[in-house]
Design a protein around this ligand. Structure first.
Ligand SMILES: NC(=O)c1ccc[n+]([C@@H]2O[C@H](COP(=O)([O-])OP(=O)(O)OC[C@H]3O[C@@H](n4cnc5c(N)ncnc54)[C@H](O)[C@@H]3O)[C@@H](O)[C@H]2O)c1
Length: 464
């Protein structure tokens, strides 16, 4: 079975970059990415390729090469579904905010809507690929919806979770550690569908790195991978607090521990806490699934990873208040960085949102700068928390276009995203511009303590 037309439902951080790379690497396959958000689709189609809606290093060049050739962005979801042999579902699967499982379970309403739309529109057999991160056994629900339409169309359902990390999405897609494809491998039709997707990836990835499993293993592996990654962050962050009390330095500890080949050096960077759209959502989902099977010890084990992360954000903010003589009321606090990590404009679940919310509760005046995040997004993130009125968020928070505007007359500056440009700021000038004592809080272990203390800063860094 050779795939000629791919449709991807959802033009977000996963659908957009993933399909751009497939289109670039498979010029003979037509790839159409569809979304109900017409503003997003218009941005993907912007004449100036640097205006595409997602910032990822290298992405605009990939889009530039393939767009209009075999990569298309459209709001005509039904047409793209009808024409495709293979349909990726790449829509968002946020944590439920209502009803049973509120605050824990994944909200699968967008997935279900896609399945119902496919069932309504399809006139030819389709391979449906779960690209979104889903609870284990979601494919069963999809199959139920798709197989009960009675129009004679046959479906194969595959699970192909995406492991890319934002900020390095293009590199991760070009050269993945592995590609995981789950399918109904015990049937001929299922094995053929798996093979068809393997063929797509085999255009640029060695077959040894393309794993095929049953659907449930594939679905659960993605949740497990994110749980393990988040757990490492919370593990090192838990020790950062102990380091601060004991005189140990968390970076030195991480280095010593990470040189053990059984542990490895990656993902041992202590910080103000993990963010992003996935880790917390997927952990909560894992906890919910474990609880729903009555596995309370399993659920508690993974829940602690989130508890630790919340604690880390809170204690960082609380330390700012404590250090500034127990009050930040009416004080200007400069915030460098709003994105959840460097090299992305994604702010979902960013630690910065929660740290600033805490400081606003303490009546601070906050000034924010992020190289890739605009004021509209900063206010939207704060409004979304519903902690105070939208008017108050705008009165207390100012968003500026340069790091130097953040630091002018500030009582304290906090580095909350590890953007490279913050390392090379003119920190002597910043010191001169700030009120004294000039407090500097490094939530990312980005800055050199000795240099900053020599300039005159009162310097605090996580884990030292
Ligand atoms: N962001 C990441 O780094 C990442 C990495 C791996 C996996 N994932 C998973 O991939 C999935 C998508 O994540 P994302 O970050 O791309 O989300 P996103 O919010 O950036 O994009 C999802 C898009 O789907 C669209 N959409 C929703 N319902 C639709 C419908 N019925 N028809 C057409 N379009 C619809 C939305 O408008 C949105 O643009 C999630 O399950 C996530 O957990 C994300």
């Amino acid at each position: 079975m050779k795939i000629k037309n791919i449709c991807c439902i959802g033009a977000g951080y996963v659908g957009g970059p993933t399909m751009a790379v497939i289109a670039q690497k498979c010029p003979e396959i037509n790839v159409t990415v569809v979304d109900i958000n017409d503003k997003r689709i218009a941005a993907w189609n912007d004449d100036n390729v640097d205006n595409i809606p997602i910032y990822e290093p290298g992405l605009s060049r990939v889009v530039e090469e393939a767009r209009g050739r075999n990569l298309f962005f459209s709001t005509d979801v039904e047409k793209a579904i009808d024409q495709a042999d293979m349909i990726f579902i790449s829509v968002n699967t946020p944590t439920k905010t209502y009803g049973i499982g509120k605050g824990m379970a994944a909200d699968l309403k967008f997935i279900e809507l896609c399945a119902r739309q496919i069932a309504r529109v399809a006139t030819t057999d389709k391979i449906v690929v779960e690209k979104s991160t889903l609870p284990v056994r979601t494919a069963e629900a999809l199959r139920n919806i798709l197989d009960n339409t009675g129009n004679g169309v046959k479906y194969q359902i595959l699970s192909n979770p995406e492991f890319l990390a934002e900020g390095t999405a293009v590199d991760d897609l070009m050269n993945p550690d592995r590609v995981l494809i789950g399918g109904d491998i015990d049937t001929t039709e299922g094995a053929e569908a798996v093979e068809a997707l393997v063929d797509v990836y085999a255009h640029w990835i060695d077959r040894e790195r393309i794993l095929t499993t049953n659907v449930w293993s594939s679905e659960l592996s993605k949740l497990t991978a994110n749980a393990f990654l988040a757990q490492r962050v919370s593990s090192i962050n838990s020790l950062s607090e102990l380091c601060e009390k004991t005189g140990a330095d968390v970076n030195e500890v991480a280095k010593a521990v990470g040189m053990d080949s059984r542990i490895g050096p990656k993902f041992l960077q202590s910080s103000v806490g993990f963010g992003g759209s996935c880790f917390q959502k997927d952990l909560l989902n894992l906890v919910y699934i474990a609880k729903s099977y009555g596995l309370n010890e399993v659920a508690d084990y993974w829940e602690q990873v989130i508890i630790m992360n919340d604690h880390q954000k809170k204690r960082f903010a609380a330390n700012i208040v404590k250090t500034l003589f127990n009050t930040v009321s009416g004080k200007k606090i400069g915030v460098l960085g709003w994105a959840f990590k460097k090299d992305t404009n994604d702010t979902r679940e960013s630690a910065a949102i929660y740290v600033v919310d805490y400081l606003l509760n303490e009546q601070a005046d906050v000034v924010v700068y992020d190289p890739k995040v605009n004021a509209e997004q900063v206010y939207a993130d704060l409004d979304h928390l519903n902690t105070r009125s939208e008017a108050e968020n705008r009165a207390r928070v100012t968003v500026v276009n340069s790091a130097m505007d953040v630091t002018k007359d500030a009582h304290a500056v906090a580095v909350l995203t590890e953007w490279d440009e913050f390392k090379s700021l003119d920190w002597s000038l910043i010191y001169d511009d700030m009120l004294k004592p000039a407090f500097l809080f490094d939530g990312r272990r980005l800055l050199n303590r000795a240099e900053k203390e020599k300039i005159g800063f009162e310097f605090y860094a996580i884990g030292s």
